[in-house]
Design a protein around this ligand. Structure first.
Ligand code: AHR
Length: 497
């Protein structure tokens, strides 16, 4: 029996896996914005997912999926950024509506430190991840970073219905305002309650159970887990490495749902009426934010892998199918370390590679981290001061921390982007300030560059013989692009003592 072309097409169709936005469209609630640096969110999407810019020459390139509907081609990024630094300059909207995200402008609460007061851009390599076994990169938002679009097309305004989901790193959060993804003010200011409807993830403002982090809704002037500002017993703390977070709203009804993005189904943590005092009806404005609050409050941190906004209130069944698609996509962790290993348990020294300074090593004078000339004739005290124990990263065991050989219990950490040797106070902020991910050196003389885990645009840099956590072309004098690659490249060798 011969197949007609139509029969052949019908037989082939099930082989094309529907993406999240195909699923929302089938449910009658189409995506009006779709953002991801890790994969296409429509089965047919083969365009650019995001744009990166590199520090060496300011050139940009776009990263697209390996194939239509597939995972990002991260090899293009790795090649383009080899030997320099890269930031994410734009996260493209996959719906064709032009709702792409670029670094956020100044707002009522805060300005950023990029030129013009814009928020800083995320390091392109800050959040390596596997999706279906392929390496990709998420958007690692450090405090001060954020993305926005104030002139959108098709996003819900007023009390119109919408749905949102996002996949986040459940271990990367803080209690500052506000790691959000979703609907916010077009003015970058906070006019009144009800002008936002965004997913929030973190441990700020929580009225749910435990100590967080929680999936909440940022509805402006309030992070909500229910209609109550004081108690939301239905909203649990989240412990998953990869989290699917859902918020959706329609007139006097909204919901929070969530689950493990690697397995299982979504649970509904709230589905009910709007909070009182200005949230019914809603006054949504239709801008889109990522990593910040509606008024550009930019103290929060988190990692975003993918997310969408829909027109209309998606059914639970539609969202359940989207969750199944996310699980099938296969998010998994991968190494945070690239370049030569800096082995936990070893003792090391760091030799500068800038031409001026190749007889100098990272040492410390009290709490100040500096470079000093050290050699076999140096005193034992200086040799110890320039020697470091490599331990598992205090803030992420996938990276490392450096304990002073002469001051046990004290570690190199950044504060105000200067490096210090400080005693570990046991706080979460100390732990992440003291955690660095070894990368390949940015010049041929060095072995490694040491990238801050919490601010991956920042690297160990010597500048006038003092050590900083410097970003390439950032706002401080020690961020100068001249000599950056040499100043951040070190020969990691044996300890002196
Ligand atoms: O609702 C919480 C935050 O409050 C909003 O994100 C911000 O605009 C305001 O400061």
């Amino acid at each position: 029996m011969a197949f007609s072309p139509l029969v052949a097409l019908v037989l082939l169709l099930p082989l094309v896996t529907a993406g999240p936005c195909d699923i929302y469209a089938s449910g009658g609630t189409p995506c009006v914005a779709a953002h991801s640096t890790t994969r296409a969110l429509f089965s047919s999407f083969s365009g650019a997912l995001y744009q990166i810019s590199r520090g060496s020459d300011g050139a940009t390139t776009n990263i697209s999926p390996l194939s239509a509907g597939g995972v990002a081609n991260s090899a293009v990024q790795d090649s383009f950024c080899a030997g320099t630094t890269c930031v994410i300059t734009e996260i493209f909207d996959q719906t064709g509506r032009g709702n792409s995200l670029t670094h956020a402008p100044p707002g009522g609460a805060a300005s950023g430190t990029d030129p013009g007061g814009f928020d800083t851009q995320a390091a392109a390599d800050g959040a390596p991840v596997l999706v279906g076994g392929h390496k990709a990169y998420g958007v690692f938002i450090s405090p001060g970073s954020g993305y926005r679009n104030d002139a959108t097309n098709g996003i819900a305004v007023g009390d119109a219905a919408e749905g949102l989901y996002a996949v986040f790193d459940g271990t990367h959060f803080n209690d500052a305002c506000c790691f959000d993804y979703g609907n916010a003010e077009v003015t970058n200011t906070d006019p009144a309650n009800g002008h936002m409807e965004a997913i929030y993830f973190g441990s700020a403002g929580g009225t749910g159970t435990g100590s967080g982090p929680w999936i909440q809704a940022d509805l402006e002037n309030g992070l909500f887990s229910s209609a109550s500002r004081t108690s939301s017993p239905g909203n649990p703390s989240i412990n998953d490495r990869f989290v699917t977070a859902v918020v959706k709203g329609q007139p006097n009804n909204w919901a929070i749902r969530g689950g493990n993005a690697q397995s299982g189904s979504l649970s509904t943590f709230y589905n009910g009426v709007r909070p009182a005092d200005g949230y019914n009806p809603m006054s949504k404005e239709g801008a889109i934010i990522l990593g910040i609050g509606g008024d550009n409050s930019n103290g929060a941190q988190g990692t975003f892998y993918e997310g969408v906004m829909t027109s209309g209130f998606p059914s639970d069944a539609t969202e359940n199918s989207v969750q199944a698609n996310i699980v099938a996509a296969g998010y998994a962790t991968t190494s945070l370390v690239t370049g030569p290993a800096v082995t936990v348990g070893s003792t090391v020294s760091f030799k500068a590679t800038t031409a001026c300074c190749t007889d100098r090593f990272i040492a410390h004078t009290g709490t100040t981290v500096n470079t000093q000339v050290v050699n076999s004739a140096s005193t034992n005290a200086l040799k110890l001061s320039a020697s470091w124990n490599v331990v598992a990263g205090l803030g992420n065991s996938g990276c490392v921390s450096f304990e002073s050989r002469d001051t046990p219990g004290s570690y190199i950490r950044h504060s105000g982007f200067e490096l210090f040797v400080n005693a570990n106070d046991g706080s979460a902020i100390f732990a992440t300030d003291a955690t660095y991910c070894p990368r390949a050196a940015l010049n041929s003389a060095g072995t490694n560059a040491l990238q801050s885990f919490s601010y991956p645009t920042h690297y160990f840099r010597h500048f006038n013989a003092i050590l900083y956590a410097a970003s390439n072309g950032g706002p401080s004098d020690f961020d100068a692009t001249a000599s950056f690659n040499d100043d951040v490249s070190w020969v990691v060798g044996a300890a002196f003592a």
